[in-house]
Design a protein around this ligand. Structure first.
Ligand code: FAD
Length: 551
């Protein structure tokens, strides 16, 4: 049985209680996941705990791009552009199905952010700094060529365009695959366990008082080093450690809205100007097109971040300005997501101006905290903080066999492909296979981009089921895989974080939720009451992403 099987949790938790770990990571977003993988691969005995589901914080609410950081160039953050450029190339190599390239169109309009010359120069510098391969390098386009790429653009103000290299991903799937890979290297990773307080020995942090949120039991978890990777909650834990002084977090909210592809039939991902001087993305993905993001200071509830009418209006107005023939309206928006960026506060800077750089803080009692940064830079962030932990460990235990960072060479689970070409071949073979079952091509795209090579396992589970309706049979196979290998405990884990269906195919959540609720009821031996409660919690999430109220 996989160490990430939801059916083996209690036994695994008993083991967790017995061990003194070299490193305990608090937080199962991309930052914590990356740290757990790096540390485990170096030979440190590592545990990770996440108080909710993996990626339930900011790491399921990003723009889902692995950026080269074009906007950082505008802010002259040259080192950051260089680093994230290198990082995305590594990520693409280690998970080409999950981090495919996505050519981004930058339309040039009358009185826009940049003229043709500056854009061409900027994109050229970006290519050099981000180390973009020659085939992917920027190309400047005439007005006609730009319109050919994207006929929906406003011809009356368009002057031309540039096309440059970006990569897209699914942030929550990236997080779960990094966690699964960490587990393969020996880490013990758990969702639904919170760090409620720290324990100390000789005035040094020596572990945490943990709580199993499913069994509602508290226990002590011991570790030689502890890293606080709690994203927007980093300062809450620093406060518990009595070390919240000096630099602190500045949370800014970002919203994305989702429209059916038929309503916004964008041919091509695009990064375009907003009248207030900002820029936003519109990205076609499977059945939908999503638009984002906003960037506003946030002081509300971090556990329930909502999309308000004003957020939707801002994004629709910007989009209708750039694509006037669309005339998009709020009732066409089928889903959305909202998240907060855990940035490091900089005096006098507005939400959009604050640097996205990461920083590490060490408290007097030895608690290491990490905040800021991007999804894209998670591997390098992990390397920097695990370097500190590994050095300390070797200083204290000179015989310990701890290697240096190797994560640049570790393929993520599901991503054992030689490159993008092999992904394409694999996808073509899947298209034929799913068509034989009666599915259309979309299911092959969905399987490959979510699960990579693991699609084979899901289809073999599918082969073993005998439901008449192929869509119900498929979603049950998928759910079974996620229960057995990805610690899915409820409908929200499955429909939001593991499959992204709440955002990318919300209708399928409405039609399939009861099938999955019955499947989970049987699997987890839920009572009828528990099943209804889980359905209500999912309905609340559907309401939150698709109903937009005034603030
Ligand atoms: P989180 O994902 O929030 O993880 C922290 C975790 O800690 C949470 O899951 C939380 O439940 C857990 N936790 C908190 N307290 C405790 C506790 N006491 N015990 C146990 N667990 C605890 N980056 C990019 O590279 N590309 C993009 O396109 C991009 N777009 C973005 C768009 C928006 C709108 C936003 C908001 C961010 C975007 N980012 C992007 C940035 C990126 O998403 C974040 O930097 C990243 O996801 C932060 O990950 P994290 O692990 O630090 O935080």
């Amino acid at each position: 049985m996989s160490k990430l099987s939801a059916l083996d949790r209690n036994r695994c938790i008993e083991r967790l209680k017995q061990i003194e770990y070299d490193l305990l990571v608090i937080g199962g977003g991309i930052t914590g996941a990356g740290i757990a993988l790096d540390a485990a691969a170096r030979g440190l005995k590592t545990a990770l705990i996440e108080r909710n589901d993996f990626a339930s914080g900011t790491s399921s609410r990003s723009t889902k791009l692995i950026h080269g950081g074009l906007r950082y160039l505008k802010q002259f953050e040259i080192a950051l552009v260089r680093e994230v450029g290198r990082e995305r190339a590594i990520l693409h190599k280690n998970a080409p199905h999950l981090v495919p390239s996505e050519r981004m169109l930058l339309p040039l309009v009358k009185d826009g952010s940049f003229g043709k010359f500056l854009t061409s120069l900027g994109l050229m510098v970006y290519d050099v700094l981000a180390g973009v391969e020659s085939a992917d390098q920027r190309k400047m386009l005439s007005k006609e060529e730009t319109l050919e790429k994207e006929p929906l653009l406003d011809e009356s103000v368009l002057e031309g365009g540039g096309i440059y290299a970006e990569y897209r991903t699914d942030d929550a799937r990236l997080t779960i695959e990094v966690i699964k890979t960490a587990v393969q290297y020996g880490a013990d990773c758990f969702n639904y366990i919170s760090a409620d307080d720290f324990i100390y020995e000789n005035e040094r942090v020596a572990g945490v008082q943990a709580k199993d949120q499913l069994a509602r039991k508290t226990f002590t978890l011991k570790a030689k080093s502890v890293i606080n990777a709690a994203g927007p909650w980093v300062d809450d834990l620093r406060e518990k450690n009595h070390s919240l002084s000096g630099k602190h977090l500045h949370l800014t909210k970002g919203v994305h809205i989702v429209l059916p592809r038929a309503k916004f039939p964008l041919k091509q991902a695009i990064y375009f100007d907003v009248a207030d001087g900002r820029m936003i993305f519109a990205i076609p993905r499977g059945l939908i097109t999503y638009i984002g993001t906003t960037d506003t200071d946030y002081h509300g509830d971090k556990n329930r971040i909502l999309t308000y009418k004003a957020d939707v209006n801002y994004l629709l107005e910007a989009t209708n300005n750039a694509f006037p023939s669309l005339k998009l309206t709020m009732d066409q928006v089928v889903s959305s997501w909202a998240g907060v960026r855990p940035l490091i506060h900089e005096q006098g800077k507005s939400a959009s101006e604050i640097s996205r750089k990461d920083e590490i803080f060490e408290s007097d009692t030895g608690l290491l905290s990490i905040a800021g940064g991007k999804l894209t830079g998670f591997r390098k962030m992990a390397e920097r903080i695990v370097d500190i932990v590994a050095k300390k460990h070797v200083d204290n235990y000179p015989d310990a066999d701890i290697s240096s960072c190797t994560t640049d060479k570790i393929p993520l689970t599901g991503g054992v492909f030689s490159g993008a070409k092999e992904v394409k071949v694999f996808k073509s073979s899947l298209v034929k296979r799913v068509q034989q079952y009666g599915f259309n091509e979309y299911i092959a795209f969905y399987l490959v981009s979510n699960y990579g090579k693991q699609s084979d396992t899901i289809l073999s589970i599918f082969d073993g089921l005998n439901d008449k309706d192929i869509h119900q049979r498929f979603v049950k196979a998928e759910c079974e895989f996620c229960i057995q290998q990805e610690m899915v405990f409820n409908l929200r884990d499955f429909f939001i974080r593991r499959t992204g269906r709440l955002y990318f195919d919300i209708d399928s959540v409405r039609t399939l939720k009861k099938v999955i609720a019955d499947h989970m009821k049987a699997k987890f031996k839920w009572s009828e009451k528990r099943k209804e409660e889980e359905l209500n919690l999912l309905d609340q999430e559907i309401w939150d992403v698709s109903t937009f109220e005034d603030v």
